[in-house]
Design a protein around this ligand. Structure first.
Ligand code: FBP
Ligand code: MG
Ligand code: MG
Length: 347
């Protein structure tokens, strides 16, 4: 049985920056264990009362709940105890400068799936670890404008029936499970996203606002074995991206949150720097793919910490199939057996 600490010792690699990454992940794992205990004991208040209560808007423009703030407090404390120079959080308007001269920056969604807090559905934390160069020290605004490809590590915790960590250091993506008895994470194994999807995930209540290619793609999934896809699809939507992501990492599927015609949703809802990039890095390292619908998500250059992006990730062939219909809506009905062999959008 390999503990997270042993895994980090064996795989973080040489060099002070890599050792700093390992130290940061250890602190994050401790904070996640503390948050799991708060969630599972209801220590922040009764479900639907304190934990679910609405507050002020956060940096991303959403209403903060008590648990959003509590999670941010715990992970900010974890970052302070690690070699982190800048902390960029969904719950903070601006990046918070921490240890001067430190080698790392961390972007984080401290509590993902906030709309599920009071319903006892899985929620999570998503984090992205980036390098800090001398250029960033001179102009800190640039630190969270690095493309997702620059990430040194990324992952997400899922506070569910079991607390899980999905982690990549750029050497595959690995799942770790937490024990409430020992408070430690142990490695469960590498994650390989099956290349072919049988499930799609999209909030179908927005169907009337979708652009035509998204509507066409979903309609053809729904036609199943009777339509041009030639096979049946199931549908799942947890509304906690971490939970949808974990299911997809385990058994394949596709997650879709593109832009739509609702006011303020032209780029969808998901944030590039602390949601799409870390999940995209994990997806690629697990043999899957992640795009903004067409382009690989990790190639996008962020304009700011809270920027939204359309995002599609999961089984590689299905992400390519989605890109095909976005670029050429006629393509999906023509050649379903050839999905995955086309170099679409460079994914
Ligand atoms: O309520 P919608 O529009 O279906 O959106 C659900 C999506 O929004 C998110 O909750 C956004 O994350 P936050 O809870 O951190 O704002 C995703 O986890 C989820 O997939
Ligand atoms: Mg989120
Ligand atoms: Mg959040």
């Amino acid at each position: 049985m390999t503990t997270l600490t042993q895994y980090l010792e064996a795989h973080a690699g040489e060099g002070s920056e890599r050792r700093d990454v390992a130290a940061l992940i250890e602190r994050l794992a401790e904070a996640a264990g503390a948050l799991q205990r708060l969630i599972s004991t209801g220590a922040t208040g009764d479900a639907g009362a304190a934990t679910g209560a609405d507050g002020d808007p956060n940096g991303g423009g959403d209403i903060q709940k008590v648990l959003d703030r509590e999670a941010d407090r715990l992970f900010l404390a974890a970052a302070r105890a690690a070699p982190v120079a800048f902390y960029g959080s969904e719950e903070q308007d601006e990046a918070v400068p921490l240890r001067e001269g430190a080698s790392l920056a961390m972007a984080i969604d401290p509590l993902d799936g906030s709309s599920n807090i009071e319903t006892n559905v899985s929620i999570g934390t998503i984090f992205s670890v980036l390098p800090v160069t001398d250029a960033h020290r001179a102009d800190p605004a640039g630190v969270f404008r690095q493309p997702g490809r620059a990430q040194l590590a990324a992952g997400f915790f899922v506070y569910g029936p079991r607390l899980m960590l999905v982690l990549t250091l750029g050497q595959g993506t690995h799942a770790f499970g937490w024990s409430p008895e020992t408070g430690a994470f142990t490695r469960m194994g590498p994650l390989h996203i099956p290349p072919v999807a049988k499930e799609y995930s999209i909030n179908a209540s927005n169907a009337r606002h979708w652009e035509d290619p998204v509507r066409l793609y979903v309609e053809q999934c729904q036609e199943g074995a009777d339509g041009p896809r030639g096979r049946d699809f199931n549908m799942r939507w947890v509304a906690s991206m971490v939970a949808d992501a974990y299911r997809i990492f385990v058994r394949g599927g596709i997650y879709i949150y593109t832009g739509d015609r609702r006011k303020g949703y032209d780029k969808g809802r998901i944030r590039l720097v602390y949601e799409a990039n870390p999940v995209g890095f994990c997806a690629e390292q697990a043999g899957g793919a992640a795009s903004d619908g067409v382009r690989p998500i990790l190639d996008l250059v962020p304009e700011g910490l809270h920027q939204r992006t359309p995002v599609v990730f999961g089984s590689r062939e299905e992400v390519l199939a989605f890109a095909a219909v976005m670029t050429d809506p006629a393509s999906l009905s023509e050649v379903s057996p050839l999905f995955g062999q086309r170099p679409i959008g460079g994914i």
